[in-house]
Ligand binder design. Structure first.
Ligand code: AMP
Length: 121
């Protein structure tokens, strides 16, 4: 896959507010926060979309969720709650094609994300 801005962040070619880093993952604040707390957890391995996950990536995905929970506990919002989601492709709202877990917190979050009245098909 072609290099994204997240590869540049992993390689420290562009700056980011890093919250956590290990050999598999990196977490940093989102540049355009959509909640009082909004950070991204990404694998260092470049994987374009959720659709591109291989069986060998299953543990890596679990690790990304572990990192999200670890930071939530460390920062003290784990009990209050948060949302941890990955967008996939156009309808999912994905803009950066290197998978990333959005972690949003700090206020009650709206649900569902799709607000229009559903028509039966
Ligand atoms: P998505 O739309 O799900 O692909 O999410 C991409 C996210 O990356 C958006 O929330 C952007 O605000 C965020 N983003 C893009 N560039 C940067 C950057 N340089 N540093 C931190 N977050 C970024």
């Amino acid at each position: 896959m072609s290099e994204t801005i997240f590869t540049k962040i992993i390689n420290k070619e562009i700056p980011a507010e890093v919250l956590y880093e290990d050999e598999l993952a990196l977490a940093f604040n989102d540049i355009s926060p959509q909640a009082p707390i909004h950070f991204l957890v990404i694998p260092k391995k470049p994987i374009a979309t959720v659709n591109d996950l291989e069986p060998d990536d299953k543990a890596l995905l679990g690790h990304l969720y572990w990192v999200a929970a670890h930071i939530a506990k460390e920062k003290g919002f784990a009990e209050q709650g948060y949302r941890a989601v990955m967008n996939c492709n156009e309808d999912g709202g994905q803009t950066v094609y290197h998978i990333h877990l959005h972690v949003l917190a700090g206020k009650p979050l709206g649900w569902p994300p799709y607000q229009e009245k559903l028509k039966s098909i």
